[in-house]
Design a protein around this ligand. Sequence first.
Ligand SMILES: [Zn+2]
Length: 405
Amino acid sequence: MKRMKRVFHFAFAFLLIVSSCISVFSVSCPVVRAEKSYNQLISEKKSKENQLKNVKGELDRIASELSKLDKQTSSILVQKQKMDDEYLAIQSEINIYKDLILIYGDLLGEYETQIDTLESRIESGTMAFLALMKISQTYSTMEKLSYALSSKDFSEFVSRTTNTTDILDYDYELIQSITNDIADLEVKKSETEAVLNEYKSSYREQVILAAVCEVRIANATSLIFEAEADKEKLKELQAEEERTNAEISAMLVSLNKQIKEKEKVLFSGDMIWPLKTASCYISSSFGYRSDPFTGSTEYHNGIDIATYGSTPPVYAASAGKVILAKYYGGFGNCVIIEHGTSNGKTISTLYAHLTSYSVKVGDKVKLGEQIGKVGTTGRSTGMHLHFTVYSNGTAVNPLNYVKKP
Ligand SMILES: [Zn+2]
């Protein structure tokens, strides 16, 4: 009998060792694809709200850049309009000067032709006059004539021959008159030349001004093009940000709806021990412990309830909705039930290492409803239930909620 007792104790100790587990590596809320937990929804909402804030900030920045560019563009456009007007005025000045230069050039040519004509008339007149002079030599005083004929130029000759003879008076007066006409024309010619030169210089000035104006207009035009290109880019960016804004806003609407739905469900506060069998014991408690695999200190986010190698049914600790039911890494076959909120905190429970589970995501379960069987799937060293209680996504000691009956 004593020997039997010792064997039993040995077996018991052995079971104790093998049933401990390392079921939890991460204390954060497990990722659920089919349905998000309340805390996931809340954290997603926060992240989306931050994203939205950034997007709105970016949209504000783009809007202010656009308005700055608009102001710049319209100011450049006003300046360019002035330059265009100025350019047109210069062009019309240039055309006026062109016309004046042509007119005065023609006039100058006219005077030159007239002078040429008169000069040739004088030349022929002078020849005739000299011929007459030779003929009249016999009727004139030889001394006077020789004096006149020794003149070094025509005007001297004219003065010397004044009153020389009556016969020569008429021709002399004619020549004198033509000479005066030529002198008048020369004056007019030089006046015209002076005016023409002024017009030419003004024309050149205006041409230079027009060239300067053209450069300035080209610069303004390229500035406007650059601003327009920048505006196009900004508008593309704006459209993209607005799409993102709409997407995030829609996501937030959906998230808020889901959160409200979840908040409608209140945690009753009732929670029972998840096993009904008496053949079980807590093989590993909540908190820091020695890892049964590595021996190093590790955080254990729930309690392990060992079942002496048997696979009794596992029951929902409280009423709720199944948000995860699948093989889940180190947890093995795993079920998570969300029970609703209590004082703004959402309560959920996790059941791990199950042999099998009999619920699926979205199922509503009652308190004490069977959800699966104890097992040793995942990272486990023996038949046991790993049981975690989450309050707002943080694992808390399950013994604060349940007691082994
Ligand atoms: Zn465990």
